[in-house]
Design a protein around this ligand. Structure first.
Ligand SMILES: [Fe+2]
Ligand SMILES: [Fe+2]
Length: 151
């Protein structure tokens, strides 16, 4: 299994998008899916902020790293609002679309600007070390959230 930071981050984006798709479909327990979203999003964002974003700042991408962290917080706020709402309420679907769109925009920014810049500037060996560090933080946080056995 690949262990470099870029591959691990991109793979986890796809995992989160599948949870979003389930949420949007309206099938299943939406409250439980929102909790899973929150756990995955927080673990992913914190792992990026602790391991990868500082390296982006090192390679001259400070602004991107700051903007990325702001976008994490914005997505977390939208998700917290959703968790406090009834999924049957009138505003739920609109807010869900706002949340999914905010994350989609952020993921696109990461995958087209930030991660390519990282890949360009950092040797493969360090990308592997960063991947191990990223996954360490992410899995630790998932365990705290009670999703420890789920990758
Ligand atoms: Fe990400
Ligand atoms: Fe991110």
């Amino acid at each position: 299994m690949a262990t470099d930071a870029v591959t691990l981050i991109v793979n986890d984006h796809r995992v989160m998008e599948r949870v979003f798709d389930k949420l949007r479909s309206g099938h299943g327990d939406r409250q439980r899916l929102l909790d899973e979203c929150a756990a995955r999003l927080t673990a992913h964002s914190h792992a990026e902020e602790e391991t990868v974003y500082p390296v982006l700042a090192e390679i001259g991408e400070q602004e991107e790293a700051h903007r990325g962290a702001d976008e994490h917080h914005q997505a977390e706020r939208l998700l917290h609002d959703l968790q406090r709402m009834s999924p049957k309420g009138p505003d739920f679907e609109d807010l869900l679309e706002d949340f999914v769109e905010a994350v989609r925009h952020h993921v696109e920014e990461e995958e087209t600007v930030m991660l390519p810049a990282l890949q360009e500037a950092v040797p493969a060996e360090r990308l592997d070390e960063l991947g191990t560090a990223f996954e360490g933080v992410r899995l630790r946080e998932l365990a705290v959230a009670g999703l420890g056995l789920r990758r």
